[in-house]
Design a binder for this molecule. Structure first.
Ligand code: SAM
Ligand code: SF4
Length: 390
């Protein structure tokens, strides 16, 4: 990356998300914008298109200081370190970059090699997030993963050797998973973790092979009571180990939260680059919600002919922006500032609704006046948000 030019705390957080849309195989539960290609990917052509889109976005949103960059996917660890370095350089050429910028890269254990990780570090990546998913071979097979538990742990060790900051993902509430098994698995994971863990309950996403199996009764997920027990265990064990939830599915030692994800949840601005990437940019005082073409080759063509890949660029109405702020912000343990909601929407949150939700123990105010969801409110978060936004 080119020389950082500004101080980190000069401006509000601004993130750049870069999407690499390819994987070695498609996991049957996943509905991310990820594609499998049997021919080699022309990384040079994609890099040119990333550079073009970064330049176009910076022209629309100049002068921000980049506080975080997230290379997500798909499987960005399939990119050559040189490609990652060139993307980071392109960002550094178009925007000032904070001295303490967080640069995360998502990696699949199947594509983790020590030399490649050293290359990412030399390129400017300073945090990796590994898709471990399970520490049990039978579960990994059922999830369609190409790696074993041992290979995942080896990848974690490589991450630890190369990066001060690393995280890994696990999926729980898997078919037949018992609280006892999850407890053992989670404790083992915590022993391998450093400062951050993402723990997702298995979601059956529409139009995935898991959805077909689920509808046919061939994939049985834990019932609501068991899922709740698994969730409660997760909170208890992680908090006890010094990794409390700072967001519904994300746990960190205080101060080690993923700063890029905080950009989304706190409603800050971010640029989205690459196939299917979303962005939120404030242009002429109005918030734009952008989305790029999802199909990788169609995105390439668009960028090469139009200079950007956007298929959506909507100005959000004040109430849409405020609802988004509520929806994202209440996922955070720290909650939201109700005054910011009012500033965005021009209306206040209904005091009667807050009172009822408080009486049920689902929300509370902290000392600074922030409104946050309580541990008993998180399992019913969607209903709480819907009630407040109504
Ligand atoms: C883009 S992937 C991570 C990186 C890499 N592609 C990998 O899988 O190793 C983001 C994460 O979302 C989670 N995820 C994806 N689909 C999910 C689902 N249906 N239910 C729960 N978690 C899911 C997985 O934990 C996955 O690691
Ligand atoms: S979970 Fe990760 S590796 Fe699997 S298809 Fe989704 S993005 Fe690709």
């Amino acid at each position: 990356m080119s020389d950082p030019t500004t101080t980190p705390d000069a401006a509000e957080a601004f993130g750049v998300y870069v999407h690499w849309p390819f994987c070695l195989s498609k996991c049957p539960y996943c509905d991310f914008n990820s594609h499998v290609r049997h021919a080699a990917i022309d990384e040079t052509r994609f890099l040119r298109a990333f550079e073009t889109e970064i330049a176009a976005t910076a022209e629309r949103a100049p002068g921000r200081t980049v506080s975080s960059i997230f290379l997500g996917g798909g499987t960005p660890s399939l990119m050559q370190p040189g490609t990652v370095g060139a993307i980071l350089d392109a960002i550094g050429k178009r925007w000032p970059v904070a001295r303490d910028v967080e640069v995360s890269l998502e990696a699949n254990p199947t594509s983790v090699e020590a030399s490649r990780f050293r290359g990412y570090r030399a390129a400017g990546v300073n945090r990796v997030s590994l898709g471990v998913q399970a520490l049990d071979d039978a579960s990994l097979k059922e999830l369609g993963r190409l790696h074993t538990a041992q290979e995942a742990l080896d990848a974690v060790a490589i991450a630890r050797a190369n990066f001060e900051r690393y995280s890994f993902d696990l999926i729980y509430a898997r078919p037949r998973q018992t609280p006892q098994e999850w407890q053992t698995e989670l404790k083992r994971a915590i022993a391998e973790a450093a400062e951050h863990l993402s723990l997702y309950q298995l979601t059956i996403e529409a139009d995935t092979p898991f959805a077909t199996l689920h509808q046919a009764g061939k994939l049985i997920t834990p019932d609501d009571d068991t899922a709740r027990t698994l969730y409660d265990l997760t909170q208890e064990i992680c908090a006890g180990a010094g990794l409390p939830a700072y967001e519904v599915s994300n746990h960190a030692r205080p101060g080690a939260e993923c700063r890029h994800n905080l950009v989304y949840w706190r409603g800050h601005e971010y640029a989205g680059v690459g196939p299917g990437a979303h962005g939120r940019l404030d242009i002429d005082g109005r918030r734009h919600a952008t989305m790029a073409e999802k199909k990788p080759e169609a995105w390439l063509m668009r960028v090469e002919t139009l200079g950007h890949g956007l298929v959506t660029d909507d100005v959000l109405l004040p109430e849409e922006r405020a609802d988004e702020f509520l929806l994202m912000g209440l996922r955070l343990a720290e909650g939201i500032d109700p005054a910011r909601y009012t500033a965005l929407s021009g209306r206040t949150l209904d005091p009667a609704r807050i009172e009822t939700l408080t009486a049920h123990g689902f929300v509370e105010r902290d000392r600074n006046g922030s409104l946050r969801v309580t541990p008993s409110g998180f399992p019913v978060l969607d209903a709480v948000v819907a009630d407040l936004a109504a």
